[in-house]
Design a protein around this ligand. Structure first.
Ligand code: FES
Length: 163
């Protein structure tokens, strides 16, 4: 009695095709996985671009200026108790302004523009007041929306937010 072998031997060409197919599938899986991670929405809570909780109203003395580095703003409490969240980007060419407490001003180190406590231009070349962010006060907590930049030519009293 004779038996017939029906299985075909695997050729080198078949083996290479199988290997290339497996590697391609693996590469597609990696790209797909990386894309999913990249496309996931990232929470900006507490960072620039998102909502930043600055703290309780009473923790900011009258006339104080407190920098929030992660939110890229200064929280200003004016002399009548109102709040202003001042974007620290200079309105000339975008450098970061610094608060100089002894001079009671914001100063831009790039071209020496300066701004008063509420962000009005004192020294050019900055063309207009520093931008601000909207503030809401909820149960005594000051919350700054750093995803919404408010441009302005100059300070006006109705820009202040009160508790
Ligand atoms: S960038 Fe601030 S003065 Fe030029």
């Amino acid at each position: 009695m004779t038996t017939k072998n029906t299985s075909q031997p695997v050729t080198r060409r078949d083996f290479l095709k199988l290997g290339i197919g497996a590697l391609s599938a693996l590469a597609l899986l990696e790209v797909g996985g990386a894309s999913l991670i990249f496309l996931q929405p990232r929470s900006l809570e507490g960072e620039f671009g998102g909502m930043v909780t600055a703290g309780l109203v009473d923790s900011f003395p009258i006339g104080s200026v407190v920098e929030f580095t992660n939110g890229r703003f200064y929280l200003v409490r004016s002399h009548d108790g109102g709040f202003l969240a001042v974007y620290r980007r200079c309105t000339h060419l975008g450098c970061t302004v610094e608060w100089e407490a002894q001079e009671n001003r914001f100063f831009c180190p790039c071209h020496a523009s300066s701004f008063d406590l509420v962000g009005n231009v004192e020294n050019t070349p900055a063309p207009r007041a520093l931008d601000t962010f909207p503030i809401t006060i909820d149960a005594g907590q000051i919350i700054v929306d750093t995803g919404t930049i408010q441009t302005r030519d100059a300070f006006a009293p109705d820009q202040l937010v009160y508790a």
